[in-house]
Design a binder for this molecule. Structure first.
Ligand code: SF4
Length: 403
């Protein structure tokens, strides 16, 4: 049997949103029904271009807001994937969804279309925080969306929350964590809000005189949230991600375990056979390029063995299980515990890193210092796809996770 980490993951980027959130730095634009139709047709053509029958066990619709597509469109894209790749019968097929876009009927139709897992962008279970983030849904709508997904038959649901929001206190953050635990999803992602330089949220913060809690509070938010999720039976498997046993995101694990994936759609990244490439970012340029059979790829570069090794270490250290030094040796021919010995020693002594002779991992407290550890071990990472970048880009200092 093939190991799932050795099978391809297929990422499908859907760049449309009903409104643009004031903190968002993703590749997205406003929904346009006509453009969406052309885009779905282009996506299917691009997928068919790469079709080579390779086994794949995950399909991930990310965005943007993929739940703005019609179930028939999702079904058609999945069908194209299945026609072009050997998608396993038990493949994990995830749809990112915004709570305000779903109904029981739509969710049931998505399930019928082949979606097996729904990931809701909740961000907060407090209405004041959601308003500050200019989100379109309320806390009640998020809880309703979750109930609708259960009603539609989904038994694999993930909820995203963001912490260290403007004006957020530790108890307010924990209120959202407790609300999430109360719903009992199979998976949860907790990110720290990242304020990119020109984010409209920065202006809103200045106008509203909203401030961020001190850095130490961000660390406490993270540690207390993880402690509550532990107590509720979740297992942390990555710096920002927890799951019920066996419900880890199989797709995202490919990014963190040196796997391979093909990304389709505007701005999508792919990594395969030690080559990384990125599609044109603009939705209209992407559609035009597919239509004219012109070049779709904006950047392409082979990963040198050293880059591939460093990236395997960088991503592997984000997993709670850490890096298997023997596996790295088999794959890259280097003994990490030996070549990085001097850099590792102070972290091992401080309990930031733990090494048992085979697995090298960050302690939970060490996860708060993940960026510092990685910066000392490795040069800055290359540009990475959204899910990976979101999970990997930590704020300078002690912030473990971002959105
Ligand atoms: S945060 Fe999500 S829903 Fe909001 S604009 Fe960005 S991609 Fe769209």
């Amino acid at each position: 049997m093939l190991n799932f980490e050795l099978m391809l993951g297929l990422y499908i980027h859907i760049p449309f949103c009903s409104a643009i959130c004031n903190y968002c730095n993703f590749n997205r634009g406003l929904f346009d029904a006509a453009l969406k139709e052309q885009y779905v047709a282009a996506l299917r053509r691009e997928i068919a271009l790469h079709a080579d029958g390779t086994p794949a066990d995950t399909i991930y619709f990310g965005g943007g807001t993929p739940s703005l597509l019609e179930p028939a469109e999702i079904e058609a894209v999945i069908r194209t994937c299945r026609a072009g790749f050997s998608v396993t019968a038990d493949a994990e097929v995830t749809l990112e969804a915004n709570p305000e876009t779903v109904t029981v009927e739509r969710l049931a139709a998505f399930r019928q279309a082949g979606i097996t897992r729904v990931s809701f962008g909740v961000q907060s279970f407090r209405d004041d925080e959601l308003r500050r983030l200019s989100r379109l849904h309320s806390a009640a709508r998020a809880a309703d969306a979750f109930a609708m997904a259960r009603h539609a038959g989904f038994d694999n649901i993930s909820l995203d929350l963001m912490m260290w929001l403007p004006q957020q206190t530790i108890p307010e953050w924990l209120q959202s964590v407790d609300a999430l635990i109360g719903l009992a999803p199979e998976h949860a992602s907790l990110y720290i809000l990242e304020l990119y330089p020109n984010a409209p949220l920065r202006e809103a913060m200045a106008r509203g005189q909203w401030s961020l809690a001190p850095d130490d509070d961000a660390a406490d938010m993270y540690l207390e949230a993880m402690a509550r999720l532990d107590a509720a039976g979740y297992q942390q498997y990555e710096i920002s991600n927890v799951a019920r046993p066996g419900r880890e995101s199989r797709h995202n694990l490919k990014y963190w375990t040196d796997g391979e994936w093909l990304g389709f759609g505007c701005g999508a990244h792919s990594t395969r056979r030690a080559v990384r490439w990125k599609n044109l970012s603009s939705t209209t340029e992407y559609i035009a390029a597919v239509a004219s059979a012109g070049p779709l790829v904006a950047e392409r570069r082979p990963l040198s063995p050293r880059e591939a090794l460093e990236e395997a270490l960088f991503t592997g250290l984000r997993l709670t299980r850490g890096i298997d030094v023997n596996t790295v040796k088999d794959r890259y021919g280097v003994d990490v515990s030996d070549i990085y010995r001097h850099q590792l020693e102070p972290f091992l002594e401080a309990g930031v890193l733990i090494y048992d002779g085979r697995l090298l991992r960050l302690s939970r407290a060490g996860m708060l210092l993940a960026n510092e550890v990685m910066a000392r071990l490795l040069p800055p990472p290359p540009k990475l796809p959204r899910d990976l970048a979101r999970a990997q880009t930590a704020k300078a200092g002690n912030s473990p996770v971002v959105d």
